[in-house]
Ligand binder design. Structure first.
Ligand code: HEM
Ligand SMILES: *[C@@H]1O[C@H](CO)[C@@H](O)[C@H](O)[C@H]1NC(C)=O
Ligand SMILES: *[C@@H]1O[C@H](CO)[C@@H](O)[C@H](O)[C@H]1NC(C)=O
Length: 491
């Protein structure tokens, strides 16, 4: 049954291809072997996620700075070169996300990450003020409190054993609790409910499922996917995620309305959350409840996993570099003296070395290793015409490890970002660039800064195996194929 449907779809695509023989500049761009009609679609077939990533990394060495992959009637252009990346990211009308993003649409809807055109413009306008620095300041007490809890949890764990800790589970709880309270005003720390556990697991499971779909061409079809075990598992995950988010939104809406009365009577007790700003926009008719749901799901996804992997890779790198830990500590001491209170926003702003550390972490391990666009308007990449309908993949990871831009690219050296050496504005784009850059980048940097500052103040980090670097894999974001362990020693 399944393969018959797949075959029927294949036949239609073959016919389409046969009758459409228009010239395309992308035909002359090198890339993996293109078989007649199905193109190079089978290259990823059956590969585990870490092999997919390995394969992708080989391409620029094998084929050069531009690589074309074809899949049935689709052209997918991969770009690695800084000039090409600039042209693609700075284009003001080619802002549509590529095909793969369609596969996360059932989850995030057409929220800010996935939407395009006028819907995206409208949403971005409504949401931009909610990430203004003045608003972020309101979240400082959440950042502080969650960081404090993280340190307490780590201390507890250290006291129970050798101090060797698998980092990601702790960090990922921390970022999840932080985004949940800042975005939705909900405390997950004290809530060990079934719904929360299911939500967390679903978020972890969803990425690999989408990735599996992406690399298995016949699962691109919705109908086939819905019948396949992977599609069924995906549907289950969605169910957990959506019911959780919906519950939170409805609860907050109730308390928002109560709160409004209390504010009127001068007795506001709840902390401000991003969701409140969305509910305010709703009361002005700028967004509806469905829209709020999309944005909440988008923030919950984009706002916790990305930061968690960055912090996890970061702690691993810091463990290998005691000198960097020492410099961070010196800087913190010079600003906070011997006080043990957490830094406030202006003090964090003074921590230039810590800022360089975070930059260097995200250079080596950009949480979003590549991003994609679907071209809606023809444009020129130097002499090559990229036509409407083509897809372009921008390889952030690869570019940020280019040795022409960063000598000894594998070496962790925060000083690179202190030297004041001039750098091409597109040589560092972990948050993307142009119109569709990351709306949460200030949020992320502030959260990472306070977390790293407090961890380094309380612990000396040691590597479990010096200079060991994990195998990476592709998922919706960059991940280590195996768990990352770091030894924590209380200062
Ligand atoms: C270290 C942490 C983070 C990294 C590396 C990161 C990176 C990125 C990148 C590369 C994009 C562009 C994606 C694309 O073009 O497909 C993006 C978009 C986005 N990010 Fe982040 N992000 C981080 C943290 C956050 C946080 C904390 C939030 C929210 C609180 C957030 C919310 C978003 C949203 C909503 C978009 C879509 C913006 C738009 O298209 O207008 N991100 N992020
Ligand atoms: C941060 O704390 C310092 C020292 O107490 C103080 O001078 C400064 O005004 C504070 N900044 C903010 C933004 O609260
Ligand atoms: C990657 O992870 C898988 C599953 O955990 C494991 O079987 C495999 O050996 C790992 N590969 C590498 C290269 O670490």
């Amino acid at each position: 049954m399944l393969w018959q449907i797949a075959l029927a779809i294949l036949v239609c695509m073959i016919l389409w291809k046969l009758f459409n023989t228009e010239h395309n500049d992308l035909d002359s761009v090198p890339g993996p072997a293109k078989f007649p009609i199905i193109g190079s679609a089978i290259i990823f077939f059956g590969l585990p996620p870490n092999k997919v990533f390995e394969e992708l990394l080989k391409w620029p060495k094998k084929y050069g700075k531009r690589v074309v992959v074809t899949a049935l009637y689709r052209y997918i252009l991969h770009v690695y070169d800084i000039r090409d990346i600039e042209i693609v990211l700075s284009h003001s009308r080619n802002i549509k996300k590529s095909k793969p993003y369609v596969f996360i649409e059932p989850w995030l809807g057409t929220g800010l990450l996935v939407s395009t055109g006028s819907k995206w413009h409208r949403r971005r306008k409504i949401l931009t003020p909610t990430f203004h620095f003045d608003i972020l300041k309101n979240f400082m007490n959440v950042f502080e409190e969650k960081t404090k809890n993280l340190v307490v949890d780590l201390k507890q764990k250290v006291s129970e054993g050798s101090g060797v800790i698998e980092v990601m589970p702790f960090i990922s709880d921390f970022t999840l609790y932080t985004i949940c309270e800042t975005a939705m005003g909900i405390r997950l720390d004290s809530d060990k409910s079934e719904a929360k556990l299911k939500y967390k697991q679903a978020i972890i499971d969803i990425g690999p499922l989408v990735m599996k779909r992406l690399t298995t061409i016949w699962l691109h079809n919705d109908f086939i996917f819905s019948l396949h075990p992977i599609g069924k598992k995906f549907a289950e995950c969605l169910d957990s995620v959506h019911s959780f988010a919906d519950t939170v939104i409805m609860e907050r809406k109730k308390s928002y309305e109560n709160d409004k009365k209390e504010v009127a009577s001068g007795d506001r007790k709840q902390r401000l959350a991003l969701l409140d700003l969305l509910l305010e926009a709703e009361s002005k008719g700028e967004i509806d409840l469905e829209g709020i749901r999309e944005e909440v799901n988008t923030f919950m996804f984009e706002g916790h996993d990305t930061t968690a992997t960055a912090l996890t890779f970061g702690l691993m790198l810091l463990a290998d570099h005691e000198d960097v830990q020492e410099r961070i500590l010196e800087e913190v001491t010079s600003i906070l003296g011997d006080s043990d209170r957490p830094p406030n926003t202006s003090e964090l702003g003074e921590m230039k070395y810590l800022e360089a550390v975070i930059k260097e972490i995200l250079r080596i391990y950009p949480s979003v290793p590549f991003i994609g666009r679907e071209i809606t308007e023809d444009f020129m990449l130097d002499d090559i015409k990229v036509k409407k309908g083509a897809e372009v993949v921008v390889h952030i990871y690869d570019m940020q490890r280019n040795e022409d831009l960063y000598p000894e690219p594998e070496v962790f050296r925060p000083e690179r970002f202190l030297d004041g050496e001039s750098r091409h504005p597109y040589a560092y784009v972990p948050f993307s660039a142009g119109l569709r850059n990351c709306i949460g980048q200030r949020f992320a940097k502030l959260e990472m800064k306070i977390a790293l500052c407090e961890i380094i103040r309380h612990f000396r980090l040691l590597p479990v195996m010096k200079d060991a670097r994990p195998t990476l894999k592709v998922d919706l974001i960059l991940r280590s194929n195996d768990s990352i362990f770091v030894k924590f020693v209380q200062r």
